[in-house]
Design a protein around this ligand. Structure first.
Ligand code: SF4
Length: 316
């Protein structure tokens, strides 16, 4: 007799519309132009996705200078500094921008604040490609990165009356709210985004985790270590009451010692993790346990993003 395990399956989980669009752009670019198609940076932060695309002709590089002039290049969903497409144009390259439209929205917002003469605060994580891309929309010094409440408290603007903030799209709602609260208290006139910069997918996945965390002896988040929204799901789950929370790339990375004393497991996936990996975890669980799955659905997602016109018609 296998022991019983209750599995609370979060919904929504896994792929978001921006990730889905970015992957389709690479697939359609290969269909239209043939292999190889170069991709600057991991198209989305998931090894499984990257390996699958590599097998059909994508070549992943970190910088544009690693790409030949005569092959198409795709820019990742996280966005790129303005200098990158400018360089592609200078080299007369074919490029496809897979930047998520919700990241582009933040770029546009930052540009508007800059044009209006405001100093811009970006709430985000240093070194994340989205932060590099957003800061790279504007000249050096135009954007100040803030990563903690302490930094928000210590920040000294050039002109406190002429400030705006934008945020990375994949942050923890609570952590960001604390930093925004500190900025608003110190600079009541600070301009805020018209609509929340933290994207719908990040918000919905965090909401779904909060709905099940309290019941979990263990929460498993399927996602990559460099996936910001996946790492945030672990933090949000712990904060919302999960006894332990772990990030796993896939079933093979599960350490079964985590399951000692676990009767109820929460399961979700970051926005860049494909559903096949979640199903792989469920299959592994079924080998050791008699599992009973309860889906905890907090929201239906219907968001889709259009593909660039240049490749929309290409077969996958
Ligand atoms: S997580 Fe949000 S911002 Fe990032 S690709 Fe998905 S929808 Fe776009």
């Amino acid at each position: 007799m296998r022991p019983k395990l209750k599995v609370l399956l979060a919904s929504p989980r896994g792929f978001c519309a921006g990730v889905d669009r970015a992957i389709q752009i690479v697939e359609k670019a290969i269909a239209k132009y043939g292999a190889p198609v170069y991709v600057r940076h991991e198209i989305v932060h998931n090894r499984h996705v990257v390996e699958r695309l590599r097998a059909v002709g994508a070549v992943f590089v970190e910088e544009l200078e690693e790409c030949p002039d005569d092959r198409p290049v795709v820019f990742s969903a996280h966005g790129v500094p303005k200098s990158v497409p400018s360089e592609a144009v200078r080299r007369n390259m074919i490029y496809l921008d897979a930047t998520c439209p919700l990241v582009s929205k933040v770029h546009v917002e930052a540009g508007r604040h800059f044009d209006a003469g405001r100093e811009i605060v970006l709430i985000g994580h240093s070194g994340h490609p989205e932060v590099v891309g957003t800061m790279g929309q504007l000249p050096p010094g135009a954007v100040t990165l803030i990563q903690t409440v302490e930094e928000a408290e210590a920040f000294t603007p050039r002109d406190p009356a002429n400030l705006a903030f934008v945020t990375q799209t994949t942050l923890s709602l609570e952590d960001t709210a604390e930093m925004v609260e500190a900025l608003r208290r110190r600079f009541p006139g600070i301009s805020a985004p018209h609509k929340e910069d933290i994207c719908y997918a990040t918000t919905n996945r965090q909401e779904a985790v909060k709905a099940l965390a309290e019941r979990c002896d263990l929460l498993l988040v399927v996602g990559a270590r460099n996936s910001s929204n996946s790492v945030r799901l672990v933090e949000v789950g712990l904060r919302a009451g999960a006894k332990q929370a772990r990030l796993v790339d896939e079933a093979a990375n599960i350490d079964w010692s985590w399951f000692d004393g676990v009767e109820t497991l929460g399961l979700t996936a970051g926005a860049s993790a494909p559903e096949v990996l979640v199903q792989g975890v469920l299959a592994s669980l079924s080998e050791c346990y008699s599992i009973e799955i309860e889906e905890i659905a907090t929201r239906q997602e219907t968001v889709t993003f259009k593909l660039p016109r240049a490749i929309a018609a290409a077969a996958e």
